[in-house]
Ligand binder design. Structure first.
Ligand code: ZN
Length: 400
């Protein structure tokens, strides 16, 4: 009912909705079944560039277009349903469709053998060729977001039952995932070798795409995890397809201002703000059983997300970050401000919250999708109730 109500509102605004059709005839029965409860997605202005990249000595894994189309369309529905559940409307990442109902997946053959595009550094050579391909024909590039899928290596280490060897991570607006013979939605949720393998690699596919759509790691609050399962951008890549896996509201707020999620007709130029907004005022207080955060920025920032996590404070050590989000309201001087209350009961899964150093990360997001992130270490046990927390010297990241 909730989804319907949102859609009605959006339609009344003239944004229209994607007509739901039956899944294409050539899709597998399980894919058709999974797509029957599809919701109407609000059409998006921009589409994900989907690339299937192989070395000059390799061919795609059999039936890759059908398999990956089913997996991508199911994932598009999943993201759209999570946006709607979070009250932000049935927006999802745009995909370019072919007449036969498959997703347009560009097949790009590399100039070098597949071993030159391996995990670790191979993404550089790959992206260079992919970008040249996308820019060779006007209109071919449909957004700034590119998803590259490469077939697994086949050698003494890797095969269809142990795929790997290729890049598998997000890098800015690009992300990488892999393909193998059993990468087929018909195995989803099955207690078989192929089913467990699918959760690992499809969960990873969904999670890496999240990074490519601007999402940082976060695991959800204590109460959300109890009610909704595992956050996709936490450990959800291990649960997707076998147990409840969700996208947190702070993540969805970021997606709302991601280039791929905006509705048709949006004219905003994305990711063009290069100066870091200044934080004019920031106070962080313990008041009884909660933390209170007040922020004022000199820029017109739309969202503030706050993430609290245990150490270590390094890249890919932030799967445990507990997220909160707040809309920024405009101030009379052209800036923006937000006031957020963080109940300590939501932080009980953090080891250091009772003693030791934790970090507060503040992520400011602008209307055109740029994100700026500050990190403030703090020790809650040293703060008297109703006392101000020393915010320390921030570490600033951009687009992180
Ligand atoms: Zn990740």
């Amino acid at each position: 009912m909730h989804v319907r109500a949102i859609l009605t509102t959006m339609c009344a605004l003239g944004l229209g909705a994607v007509a739901m059709g039956a899944a294409p005839e050539h899709f597998q029965p399980r894919a058709k079944e999974l797509l029957t409860d599809s919701i109407e997605l609000i059409p998006s202005e921009h589409q994900l560039n989907v690339i299937y990249f192989v070395g000059n000595d390799r061919e795609p894994v059999a039936d890759h277009e059908r398999r990956l189309s089913e997996l991508l369309l199911y994932l598009q529905q999943y993201y759209g349903k999570e946006m709607a559940r979070n009250g932000l409307g049935a927006h999802s990442f745009g995909l370019t469709m072919q007449e036969n109902g498959n997703v347009l997946i560009h097949l790009v053959k590399g100039k070098k053998p597949h071993t030159e595009y391996a995990y670790g550094t191979g993404h550089n050579a790959c992206l260079e060729e992919v970008n040249a391909y996308l820019d060779a024909v006007p209109g071919r590039r449909t957004s700034q977001h590119t998803f590259v899928i490469m077939p697994t290596h086949y050698d003494e280490q890797y095969n269809d039952l142990n795929p790997g060897g290729v890049p598998f991570y997000g890098l800015g607006t690009n992300c990488f995932a892999l393909d193998y013979a059993h990468f087929d939605i018909q195995h989803i949720g099955k207690p078989t070798k192929e089913g467990r393998l699918l959760t690992k690699w499809y969960g990873g596919f969904a999670h890496e795409l999240g990074h490519g759509l601007n999402l940082p790691h976060n695991k959800g609050t204590y109460s959300q995890n109890a009610a909704l399962g595992t956050a996709l951008m936490g450990a959800g890549n291990y649960t997707f397809g076998i147990s409840p896996t969700y996208i947190t509201l702070p993540s969805c707020r970021i997606l709302e201002h991601s280039e791929l999620f905006v509705p048709k007709g949006t004219t905003t130029k994305f990711y063009t703000q290069h100066h870091t907004p200044a934080i004019r005022t920031a106070t962080f207080k313990r008041v009884g059983d909660a933390l209170e955060l007040y922020l004022e920025s000199d820029s017109n920032v739309v969202n503030v997300n706050a993430y609290i996590q245990d150490p270590p404070f390094r890249v890919n050590q932030d799967y445990d970050a507990v997220p909160f989000t707040c809309r920024m309201s405009k101030t009379p001087t052209g800036g923006s401000a937000a006031y957020a209350i963080i109940p300590l009961s939501e932080l009980v899964e953090l080891k250091n919250i009772k003693g030791g150093t934790t970090a507060l990360d503040i992520l400011l997001q602008t209307h055109e999708g740029s994100r700026f992130r500050w990190r403030f270490p703090f020790n809650l046990s040293k703060v008297p109730a109703d006392g101000n927390i020393e915010m320390g010297t921030p570490v600033i990241h951009r687009g992180y």
